[in-house]
Design a protein around this ligand. Structure first.
Ligand code: SF4
Length: 349
């Protein structure tokens, strides 16, 4: 038997077309969207203002998979990490990060990761598969539910969980359009950030999407050589090509780019790095998020001291590069940047 599609794999337009072809009024699609994305319905039975016959038809045609949360851990700083069980028992993690001014959901886009960056736990178990649009949206719905339980509506989404978002481009963008839609989750494009390890052709494609989303580049190196050490895909898309693609992106969108930069003692947190970054960023409007390295036992790196990190930030500022040091969140529960893992490792823990 062919598996039924998950209804969250459909855009509002697609669902509207489905309703029309089934002899229903188009507004029924909007009602279904509101039930799923705004009223927290996890079953067709829960959609009480739909006629029973229509609910039965939807049940026959579509799935609405629970993507059950099998583990939830709350860190001392109230960051909450969720482990979700997918239909084939692959598992992915999502994180809810509350701060004084915003409530952010950090969402995974792939089960595992094929890029194997040398500081990140997500790539250690290898890549299993892309997540579907429905599986991406289900994570957002789980973090939204949790944030509403705490009376803190979800304000931001960052695609910085497991996987490389731009390596799952079509499903990612379909999900983003529903997240962004006022009939869907209703989060403004400027509150949605895609983080990429630097897939140059996809950055060029991203520039052509007519969406005001934020782009963050996981740079983590200050020249070709240093980036090669930490980011294997840099051999395919070298540092200079990446910076050139960022220039093109900026020219096309006029959007400021964020560069994520991991601070590793004696590796990336050096004066040589400051000088190289100064040269590379000339003429690009950008900001740098400096991320203190979050320990992963399989890698031998060390986190620089507090003074080394503030000195590095101050040197960048002196060179005209706006930089802030990100406060690590959820480190105690392995929810911080680079600490999310693939299922096989999670279950072994
Ligand atoms: S940093 Fe991103 S691309 Fe690199 S291994 Fe981790 S999840 Fe994959």
């Amino acid at each position: 038997m062919t598996p039924k599609p998950d209804i969250r794999d459909l855009s509002l337009d697609e669902l509207t077309r489905h309703m029309i072809s089934a002899g229903e009024k188009p507004y029924r699609a909007v009602q279904v969207f509101e039930w799923i994305y705004q009223k927290g319905a996890w079953s067709f039975e829960a959609m009480r203002n739909l006629p029973g016959e229509l609910r039965e038809c939807l049940k026959k045609d579509f799935d609405l998979k629970p993507n059950t949360v099998v583990r939830k851990v709350v860190s001392e700083d109230k960051t909450t990490k969720f482990l979700l069980d997918l239909f084939d028992h692959e598992k992915v993690e999502s994180v809810l990060i509350p701060t004084a001014t915003r409530t952010t959901g950090c969402i995974s886009t792939q089960a595992g990761c094929k890029f194997g960056c040398k500081f990140c736990a997500s790539g250690l178990g290898g890549w299993k598969r892309n997540l579907t649009c429905a599986e991406i949206l289900a994570q957002v719905l789980h973090v939204q539910e949790e944030s509403l339980n705490h009376k803190r509506p979800l304000s931001n989404i960052v695609f910085m969980g497991t996987g490389e978002p731009l390596d799952n481009f079509d499903n990612l963008f379909k999900a983003i359009r529903t997240i962004n839609s006022d009939k869907g989750i209703g989060i403004g494009a400027r509150h949605i950030t895609i983080s990429t390890v630097g897939l140059v052709p996809k950055i060029k494609e991203l520039a052509k999407q007519n969406l005001q989303i934020e782009l963050a580049i996981s740079l983590h190196g200050y020249d070709n050589e240093s980036r090669n050490l930490l980011i294997p895909v840099n051999r395919k898309y070298p540092f200079d090509d990446l910076i050139a693609a960022c220039r093109e992106y900026f020219k096309a969108t006029k959007r400021q780019i964020t560069f994520e930069y991991i601070l590793i003692k004696d590796v990336t947190c050096t004066e040589k790095a400051v000088q190289s970054l100064k040269k590379a960023f000339k003429g690009i409007i950008c900001k740098m998020n400096l991320i203190p390295y979050n320990p992963v036992e399989e890698f031998g790196h060390k986190t620089p001291s507090g003074k080394e990190m503030t000195d590095f930030r101050d040197r960048l500022e002196e060179c005209g590069i706006h930089a802030t040091i990100r406060t690590p969140r959820g480190r105690d529960v392995g929810a911080a940047c680079g600490q999310l893992r693939h299922a096989s490792q999670l279950l072994a823990k």
